[in-house]
Design a protein around this ligand. Structure first.
Ligand SMILES: *[C@@H]1O[C@H](CO)[C@@H](O)[C@H](O)[C@H]1NC(C)=O
Ligand SMILES: *[C@@H]1O[C@H](CO)[C@@H](O)[C@H](O)[C@H]1NC(C)=O
Ligand SMILES: *[C@@H]1O[C@H](CO)[C@@H](O)[C@H](O)[C@H]1NC(C)=O
Ligand SMILES: *[C@@H]1O[C@H](CO)[C@@H](O)[C@H](O)[C@H]1NC(C)=O
Ligand SMILES: *[C@@H]1O[C@H](CO)[C@@H](O)[C@H](O)[C@H]1NC(C)=O
Ligand SMILES: *[C@@H]1O[C@H](CO)[C@@H](O)[C@H](O)[C@H]1NC(C)=O
Ligand SMILES: *[C@@H]1O[C@H](CO)[C@@H](O)[C@H](O)[C@H]1NC(C)=O
Ligand SMILES: *[C@@H]1O[C@H](CO)[C@@H](O)[C@H](O)[C@H]1NC(C)=O
Ligand SMILES: *[C@@H]1O[C@H](CO)[C@@H](O)[C@H](O)[C@H]1NC(C)=O
Ligand SMILES: *[C@@H]1O[C@H](CO)[C@@H](O)[C@H](O)[C@H]1NC(C)=O
Ligand SMILES: *[C@@H]1O[C@H](CO)[C@@H](O)[C@H](O)[C@H]1NC(C)=O
Ligand SMILES: *[C@@H]1O[C@H](CO)[C@@H](O)[C@H](O)[C@H]1NC(C)=O
Length: 450
């Protein structure tokens, strides 16, 4: 513990500081906060400036207009500044460590918060700070960071932070950029509903447990190698996802509803432990950039207007496939070939393009639907398949699905949603009648696939 910068009344300070260094129980009572210590005026804060270490939880609130906590280097506990609606600025520039949380919340006219020496804190929350323009700190160690509903345009103050557990930035409508040198995120990195022009740069991040991005404009993750759990890009205005070092995603990997997305580049990605979901990215015509992907542990789900889906290295999909393109130009041949070789396991295999009008999961349909619905859906799909037997652009039903019995709730719910869309199509595609012969044809077709 360094004492050289200490002010006045040094005898007391030295005693208490040395005491703090050796045993917290011997810190003088003046430096131990009572259980509901609250400062509502600068004079209250001044009483703490005799202490290098404060033990306990300090709350700042009430009507003070500016606040400064001088000299205190460590809080063994938390600092909360809450509902001080006349507070315009706060500074605690000697503070280096807060062992528990630092929370600034509901400070309607606070424009600046300065913690220029703060290096270590368990968690930081900046919540509902509609006027704030600067937050200064020098954080090297923080477990959890939450920044929500602030007017910050950039997130500074974390420029030397290397490791974090949670980094969650949401609803900051004026935010335009976040640049961070974080190297690992042991729980989650989440950005959502910030300004829709937000640029995110995490070029030193090597691994994260999970990452979820919504409403982001551009991303750069030049070093990212591994996602232990899930990776999701939902509803962003990102035009290009360039993750050329990423090698593995432990669980689900989703790219959904990114209307401006044109390019994917995941050239080193080889395994996904869970599902791969690429859906409703309206501008994504060619789905490539996944040329090293060999294994998908869950379902392969791809929905959209895409004309091409290049998964050239894919060898194994463990949870079935549902690939649906609105485009007539998309061909299912490659996936069908993989499925025939046994590369796609799981309960159902559906692949269709804009030319095929319907699909249905046979075994589940017959188990869970009324017989009339079954006839209609079977009939509709058999008709389509009959016409497209030579074209290759067909919906195929996996042989293994025939053995899927009463099964799990997820399988029955997915089958019912599929058959409901099948029902609508069925009415258009074919009138009722000739059910038996068409079902027979369909059965023959399934046998031919086996
Ligand atoms: C400070 O608050 C935390 C909970 O937020 C509590 O666990 C802890 O005991 C408090 N510390 C003191 C000294 O009151
Ligand atoms: C804030 O300042 C106004 C005007 O000076 C005063 O009326 C009000 O009571 C103050 N708010 C609080 C929480 O003290
Ligand atoms: C915030 O402070 C005002 C008075 O300044 C008080 O009326 C209000 O109840 C406080 N809100 C909360 C959530 O404590
Ligand atoms: C961003 O938000 C603004 C205002 O809400 C909107 O006009 C604009 O279209 C949005 N841009 C994108 C790319 O979504
Ligand atoms: C992150 O992954 C863990 C599993 O490792 C999961 O429990 C948690 O819910 C995930 N968090 C988010 C925000 O997705
Ligand atoms: C993708 O990122 C790599 C490495 O950061 C870079 O060399 C390459 O130019 C980027 N490609 C695109 C299309 O942005
Ligand atoms: C995630 O994977 C990295 C790299 O393999 C590993 O070092 C880290 O311990 C894993 N983290 C978690 C939370 O499992
Ligand atoms: C995506 O955006 C649409 C329209 O802006 C919105 O209705 C929907 O809730 C968003 N979904 C998510 C997951 O944010
Ligand atoms: C694809 O993976 C192989 C090894 O699995 C690796 O040697 C190769 O560099 C990867 N390709 C790219 C473009 O990263
Ligand atoms: C894609 O959009 C359709 C229609 O809006 C919707 O039913 C479906 O749930 C979406 N898919 C995903 C994965 O969000
Ligand atoms: C297909 O493209 C049209 C317009 O180009 C768009 O309206 C529609 O939402 C897209 N559908 C999907 C599933 O991406
Ligand atoms: C069958 O496939 C061909 C070629 O893709 C397509 O032109 C035709 O419309 C399809 N027939 C039906 C009934 O979908």
């Amino acid at each position: 513990m360094q004492l050289h910068s200490l002010i006045a009344s040094s005898a007391f300070l030295i005693t208490s500081a040395l005491a703090a260094a050796t045993s917290s129980s011997s810190i003088p009572s003046s430096c131990t906060l009572n259980s509901h210590a609250t400062a509502t005026a600068q004079s209250d804060l001044d009483t703490y400036s005799r202490c290098e270490t404060l033990v306990g939880n300090l709350t700042v609130g009430g009507g003070l207009k500016t606040g400064a906590l001088a000299n205190v280097k460590e809080i063994k506990g938390s600092l909360t500044i809450f509902n001080a609606t006349n507070l315009t600025s706060f500074a605690a520039d000697s503070l280096e460590t807060i062992t528990d949380s630092l929370k600034l919340q509901s400070l309607t006219i606070l424009t600046s918060a300065s913690f220029g020496s703060l290096q270590s804190v368990d968690s930081i929350s900046l919540i509902t700070l509609p006027a704030i323009s600067t937050f200064t700190s020098n954080i090297k160690s923080a477990n959890n960071i939450y920044i929500s509903d602030t007017s910050l345009q950039s997130v500074d103050g974390f420029s030397v932070l290397k490791k974090v557990n949670v980094f969650n930035v949401n609803n900051n409508k004026r935010l335009t950029s976040i640049k961070s040198p974080v190297e690992s995120v042991s729980d989650s990195l989440q950005f959502s509903f910030n300004g829709n022009q937000t640029k995110i740069t995490f070029d030193d991040l090597v691994w994260a447990n999970n990452i979820s991005l919504t409403d982001v404009h551009s991303v750069s993750f030049a070093s990212l190698q591994k996602i232990n759990s899930s990776l999701g890009f939902i509803n962003n205005s990102i035009s290009s996802l360039n993750f050329t070092k990423l090698n593995a995603v432990g669980q689900t990997f989703s790219i959904v509803s990114n209307d401006y997305l044109k390019n994917l580049s995941f050239s080193n990605l080889s395994t996904i432990g869970g599902a791969l979901v690429i859906a409703n990215n309206t501008g994504l015509q060619k789905i490539d950039g996944l040329n090293n992907l060999t294994t998908i542990g869950g379902t392969l789900e791809v929905v959209g207007n895409f004309t091409a889906l290049n998964l050239n290295a894919l060898k194994s999909v463990k949870g079935g496939a549902d690939v649906e393109s609105k485009s007539n130009n998309f061909s299912c041949n490659a996936l069908k070939a993989l499925q025939k070789k046994g590369g796609i396991k799981g309960e159902s295999f559906v692949c269709k393009n804009g030319a095929t009008s319907t699909s249905v999961k046979l075994s589940s349909t017959s188990k869970h639907q009324s017989s009339e619905t079954t006839s209609k859906t079977s009939k509709a799909s058999s008709k389509v398949e009959e016409k497209n037997l030579t074209s290759g652009n067909i919906k195929a039903v996996s042989a293994s699905s025939a053995s899927s019995s009463s099964s799990s709730s997820s399988s029955s719910s997915s089958s019912s949603s599929k058959s409901s869309s099948s029902k609508a199509n069925a009415a258009i595609v074919a009138p009722i009648g000739q059910v038996t012969s068409l079902v027979g044809l369909l059965t023959a077709f399934i046998m031919s696939l086996m």
